[in-house]
Design a binder for this molecule. Structure first.
Ligand SMILES: [Zn+2]
Length: 416
């Protein structure tokens, strides 16, 4: 088993542990910054590591289109290519392919259609403000699903317009070339708006794809690469539970929870809870990853539910767009520095943060100016700050579990 559980919180399902991978351990619970296109945008590997991060997440879909898995393999995989020697988890590409056809939750709510892959892996509707962007990370061009078949998905590349095909085996082959420490099985990220019958068909196909992924990996996967199956099932309790049981029994090394998690946060926690409920007892030592969720309150609740690792574009994306995470629950732990009220503010961003902006006491006025001017330095500083904020949050939660003080720590984090 890859996960050693070091401590449990009796009042909740939280656990602290150590996830063993071929490139070192990840102390859990942990947040995983996105390195979607083989870079944590704006930061160097050493800077990400210095913040306390032990694992980053790369993306099969984007990397297979550019620069291509074959090229990355020539450099010994993602580790050698991007200069990160710690653990790497790779997403399977399923979500990105399907988001071209299904759009994002925000798009669905606003009745927009999206033709390029989105970045939010799980689908809980953001409360306000955070727009799931069309075009992923500033991606040019338009992608489109051409057909969804049992064999896989045919789509048009957003990079060069070429027709491409991604199958469960193809996704695993790309992740084998990338040499990630944890590969995710190829799944259909069931859209938010579909009915129960569609969700059922889609979830069953994801389970058949899971078997194909594991079979391919057993014959061809790199030694030491862990494989996580993905739990789907929409918001339906019976389907979520059944999916969790099937994934846990499949022989995979860990479980990732994805897909539509509901229309609001309370429902999201409930739906995640359905899956976790099936992962107790002998299945307890399967590591659990929650895909695409990373808001501060969701991380706290996710840890209480018993999630070990998380990933989300939110902290780095917000940083590039001038928003910093701060201890301010009323405003969803955010401050938008592009607002005119910060134009002349001498106030530092935050007390007690180890990032370069805070430790040097840079003013909100300066950070606001950089953000409004679109300066690279501003994006770097705020990206680093936001990741420092979440690293600290996760470290506090982990320590809370180890000390038997999680409820106090969580209450403090929710109120500051
Ligand atoms: Zn800071």
């Amino acid at each position: 088993m890859a996960l050693t559980i070091e401590a449990r919180d009796d009042a909740t399902g939280a656990r602290a542990g150590r996830l063993r991978t071929a490139h070192g351990d990840v102390r859990t619970p942990a947040f995983t910054p996105l390195a979607t296109k083989a870079t944590v945008k704006g930061l160097l590997p050493g800077e990400v590591r210095a913040l306390g991060y032990e694992m980053v997440l790369g993306n099969t879909f984007h990397l297979m289109l550019a620069p291509g898995a074959d090229l990355i393999e020539r450099f010994g995989g993602l580790h050698g290519f991007m200069g990160w020697d710690g653990p790497i988890i790779t997403d399977s590409g399923g979500f990105q392919v399907f988001s071209m056809g299904h759009g994002t939750v925000a798009d669905e709510i606003k009745s927009r259609s999206s033709r390029a892959p989105a970045d939010r892996r799980s689908r809980c509707v953001p409360r306000t403000g955070y727009r799931s962007p069309i075009g992923g990370d500033g991606v040019p061009g338009e992608g489109a699903i051409l057909s969804i078949e049992e064999q896989g998905v045919r789509f048009r590349s957003y990079v060069d317009g070429a027709e491409r095909f991604l199958s469960p085996e193809g996704s695993m082959a790309v992740q084998a070339s990338l040499r990630s420490d944890i590969a995710l099985c190829f799944d259909e990220c069931t859209p938010f708006h579909v009915d129960r019958a569609y969700t059922e068909r889609s979830t069953e196909r994801t389970h058949r794809w899971l078997e194909r992924c594991l079979r391919w990996h057993a014959g061809h996967g790199p030694a030491g690469q862990l494989v996580y199956g993905i739990v789907q099932g929409g918001v339906y309790e019976d389907m979520r539970r059944a999916s969790a049981r099937i994934v846990a029994a499949s022989g995979c090394d860990g479980v990732a929870i994805g897909g539509s998690l509901g229309a609001e946060k309370a429902q999201m926690y409930e739906v995640v809870g359905y899956a976790i409920a099936e992962l107790g007892g002998v299945r307890e030592r399967l590591p659990r990853h929650l895909l695409g969720i990373g808001e501060v309150d969701d991380l706290i609740r996710g840890v209480e539910l018993g999630i070990d690792t998380f990933d989300c574009a939110m902290p780095t994306r917000l940083g590039r767009h001038g928003t910093a995470l701060v201890p301010d629950p009323v405003n969803r732990w955010r401050v938008d520095l592009t607002k005119s009220r910060w134009r002349t503010s001498e106030e530092p961003l935050m007390e007690g943060c180890v990032c370069q902006a805070c430790s040097r006491g840079l003013s909100r006025a300066y950070l606001s100016y950089l953000a409004r001017a679109g300066e690279l330095t501003g994006m770097r500083l705020l990206t680093e700050h936001n990741l420092a904020f979440l690293a600290r949050l996760m470290m506090d939660l982990r320590q809370g579990i180890l000390d038997g003080q999680l409820s106090e720590v969580a209450a403090r984090l929710r109120s500051e």
